[in-house]
Design a protein around this ligand. Sequence first.
Ligand code: PLP
Length: 403
Amino acid sequence: MQVSKSNKLANVCYDIRGPVLRHAKRLEEEGHRILKLNIGNPAPFGFEAPEEILQDVILNLPTAQGYSDSKGLFSARKAVMHYCQTKHFQGVGIEDIYLGNGVSELIVMAMQALLNNGDEVLIPAPDYPLWTAAVSLSGGKPVHYLCDEQSDWYPDLADIRSKITPNTRALVLINPNNPTGSVYPREVLEQLAEVAREHNLLVLADEIYDKILYDGAEHDSFAAVAPDLLCLTFNGLSKSYRVAGFRSGWMVISGPKQRAASYIEGLEILSSMRLCANVPAQHAIQTALGGYQSINDLILPGGRLLEQRDIAWELLNEIPGVSCTKPKGALYLFPKLDPKVYPIHNDEKMALDLLLQEKILIVQGTAFNWPWPDHFRIVSLPRKDELEMAIGRIANFLKGYRQ
Ligand code: PLP
């Protein structure tokens, strides 16, 4: 007898690790070397975690054998609380903070606790697709609002407003954004707050890249801009502290919590059901947030991440028919392929063709719920010489795709 997946998974997909990646694994097994520009995982590209974080985890390992409180260790949550204070959140206490096995677990938890069948959640297009998958898995309906490439990829307010219905429960923001690298100015956050206020929406702010900023960009947390709104802010150690494998993240509830007593009860049930987040990795949080912020050495002039962003951006824009907005934050570039030059109908096939021809792994734009097959994403994590080689091969491949 066949065992089938549940109907709950009918609309759930996560194409960053989809069919093209499976082809890449097969090619690797056959002995090919694949240049992987597909996943925002800093460690394999030589970005090491700060030594003091590693030492702290090692030191605490013997005492990290038991479960912790479901929401997490007091010391780690206190450090998150202090971090929120530095970012001007108001009224956040220890009990408003949940630690998770990465932001990923907390995104799913937040959606499972919130949604009834048919409830709608506004999600950016393009998005980090876990958000869309988590809404579908929870019985909700993801409704994508456009971000505008002509305006530095800021959310299109008119599009958001046009998509609000009586079933809309929440608004997701990813700032700094994956995949576009957009960092929203305060005015944009204020406009988004206005929409959420008018329609009584819960705001879910994914701020995992809040410390990866370029060209003097500053990051304002949504929770600080709109303290009167109910907001869940997500952040963690995977990117800024280069320990994605530790699976360590947090979620903070702010705003009028008295209006969300039942939802918070739901979050507590789900948090208890998974017992707790990985305890050794919880020990990294206090040291990470309180210690030397070595991420700044990577993003300021002369820093590796900044230099790589620059070279990747320049080289992509030199390819005929390719244009790329300069990312102000995060670890990605999301270039556009002019449809008049490259008449692509199926961008997953394009990514697969590139893989087979040039042994470069990218992610097609539609994997980020972008509605048109005219973008792709690469990470800016490889060293300059690797990026030069990879983008050179992409240019070579695209020659064969031209009209
Ligand atoms: N949110 C965004 C926008 C991301 O890009 C990622 C990972 O790429 C995550 C969340 C997941 O992070 P974590 O490793 O904390 O689960």
